[in-house]
Design a protein around this ligand. Structure first.
Ligand SMILES: Nc1ncnc2c1ncn2[C@@H]1O[C@H](COP(=O)(O)OP(=O)(O)O)[C@@H](O)[C@H]1O
Ligand SMILES: [Mg+2]
Length: 361
């Protein structure tokens, strides 16, 4: 009798563990409509066709896994019957992806190109380890708050987060000292002349980029999503939008209450060159060897002062005001008005205006 029970227990355990091993990933969440939130400044609409530039970037990152570009091109459409052995397809809910199409990776996980089977919509899928309840995972919550979560699946200790695909690249290559002058010129319209003078061929683009950065920062702050500010997590899309990835849930705060002097410094990625350098003792100083237009120079002073301050003092409201003033001063500069009219850099601290987060956030 006892042996029979033991036998049944063994059979049960064998089947149960075998079943666990092949179980489909468990779907925590899947979005039905991929359109962005109405207040999302990025407006990352679902993508069904990849641009040649993005495909090239993806190919460069993954070419060791492909015989040639044709084979790679074929693998991009995951709804086809392409060799499943060589370019293994994985399935998460209604999404499929190949581990041979990696978009990026970081300390927490890898991100792959994915495709929603019924619609053909492309996405990015991040595989990461999670602890505790998946529904309480800070990254899951941040994406959900932002309405940028397409799907969430768990399998053992692995969590897969499916999100809108950001076609572009991180801002790392635009940072000095890695920045290529050619790239900066093409993308940002900023030139460093042989006389070490900074000129702007496309100032409007610079302004636009700073604005999209501020809009993204404000949206994420209001929705309770926090970024660590690392340039790897700040993406510049092909149509010149700034999008933050790798965010974690935090308490939604009015952006005025968020300290953001790092973000103020970030403006300088768009100005093409880091205008300050770190001195011993961790203080920053302005570069004297480069001639910036006077309003930029004044703006740089504010940044350096903020960076050297023990307690960062800038809030989004202050930065918006500083930025508005800076834009006006640059317009005057371009109009060739006398420098004496340029007021930027005065000692007065901009006043704080009221919160722009809606109460629902
Ligand atoms: N939604 C996305 N679209 C396009 N690329 C992405 C997306 N999310 C992440 N990436 C790329 O993958 C990299 C790693 O993702 P990330 O979430 O930062 O992982 P980690 O938490 O390990 O740092 C990013 O630096 C970025 O280049
Ligand atoms: Mg990261």
């Amino acid at each position: 009798m006892c042996t029979r029970y033991l036998f049944l227990i063994i059979i049960y355990l064998t089947f149960f563990s075998a079943y666990k091993g092949v179980a489909d990933p468990y779907t925590i969440y899947e979005k039905e409509d991929f359109s962005p939130a109405s207040d999302d400044p990025w407006k990352g609409h679902p993508i069904k066709t990849l641009s040649p530039a993005f495909k090239k970037q993806l190919y460069e990152a993954n070419k060791t896994d492909y015989l040639n570009e044709d084979e790679f091109d074929e693998s991009i459409n995951m709804n086809t019957q392409m060799s499943a052995e060589k370019h293994k397809i994985k399935k998460m809910g209604n999404f499929i992806f190949r581990t041979t199409l990696r978009i990026g990776s970081g300390e927490e996980g890898s991100v792959y190109l994915a495709q929603h089977i019924p619609s053909g919509v492309y996405a990015a899928i991040k595989m990461t380890t999670f602890y505790g309840e998946a529904e309480n995972d800070p990254e899951y919550l941040a994406l959900k708050n932002l309405e940028r979560l397409y799907g969430c699946y768990v399998e053992n200790t692995l969590m897969s987060l499916c999100m809108p695909l950001v076609t572009g690249r991180s801002v790392v290559p635009y940072q000095s000292p890695y920045a290529s002058q050619e790239r900066i010129k093409t993308l940002l319209g900023v030139t460093l002349t042989e006389e070490k003078e900074i000129t702007y061929d496309n100032w409007d683009l610079n302004v636009h980029l700073m604005q999209t950065y501020l809009d993204e920062f404000e949206y994420c702050s209001c929705k309770g999503a926090c970024s660590d500010g690392a340039p790897q997590n700040i993406l510049l899309t092909e149509d010149s939008q700034i999008v933050f990835v790798d965010q974690k849930a935090c308490r939604p705060t009015p952006p005025e209450a968020r300290k953001m002097h790092e973000s103020l410094c970030f403006f300088h990625y768009f100005l093409g060159l880091t205008p300050f350098r770190k001195k011993e003792g961790k203080r920053f100083e302005l570069r004297e060897d480069i001639k910036f237009p006077p309003p930029v120079r004044e703006f740089n002073k504010i940044v350096v002062n903020a960076m050297n301050a023990l307690e960062p003092i800038y809030t989004l409201a202050q930065i918006k005001e500083t930025f508005s003033k800076f834009k006006i001063d640059m317009e005057s500069y371009f109009l060739g008005l006398s420098h004496s009219q340029i007021q930027l850099g005065s000692d007065s601290t901009p006043s704080i205006s009221s919160s722009s987060c809606s109460s629902s956030s």
